[in-house]
Design a protein around this ligand. Structure first.
Ligand code: CMP
Length: 141
């Protein structure tokens, strides 16, 4: 059975020119890209996306950073998409991310950690709906 996850190539990834390399790694890891776009989120949109983290000490910095430049959200499809993608990107803190993971190679800090991946199937569905409409995705299948 195929599952979906929501990835975001974060503003640091684009500023450092790593978006092509990271997309290549994602495809080579067996993911099909169902949809993708490049957008610059407003501060309010970034706050909405990270609503679950509101009140945490890193929330203000994170939402400022996520609205500081364009990012690339992608809808990815593969068996065990959510779990395998978390493995592919590695730990939140690049210092703790395993060798060979995307964050180990491309992240510079816990905040500027190059890529986001949904943490559950339920959140993947919510996060996909934040950036994409069903009708656009169906047209790409
Ligand atoms: P992400 O996978 O996008 O989900 C939440 C984000 O919050 C996380 O990646 C990090 O970028 C950020 N984050 C989590 N913990 C911290 C922290 N302690 N300091 C700074 N940023 C954090």
């Amino acid at each position: 059975m195929h599952h979906h996850t929501l990835a975001i190539l974060k503003p640091d990834c684009l500023k450092n020119g790593h978006q092509g390399l990271v997309i290549d790694l994602i495809i080579k890891a067996g993911y099909k890209i169902i949809d993708m776009r490049m957008i610059r989120m407003t501060k309010a949109q970034a706050e909405g996306f990270y609503e679950v983290h509101r009140g945490k000490p890193f929330y203000e910095g994170l939402t400022l950073f996520m609205s500081s430049g364009p990012c690339i959200p992608l809808v990815l499809e593969k068996e065990n998409a959510v779990k395998d993608f978390r493995k592919l990107i590695g730990a939140t803190d690049p210092g703790e991310a395993e060798a060979g993971t995307i964050r180990r190679d491309f992240a510079t800090s816990k905040q500027m950690n190059a890529v986001h991946g949904s943490d559950s199937d339920e959140n993947a569905a919510i996060e996909i709906g934040f950036f994409f409409t069903q009708s656009e995705m169906i047209a790409n299948l």
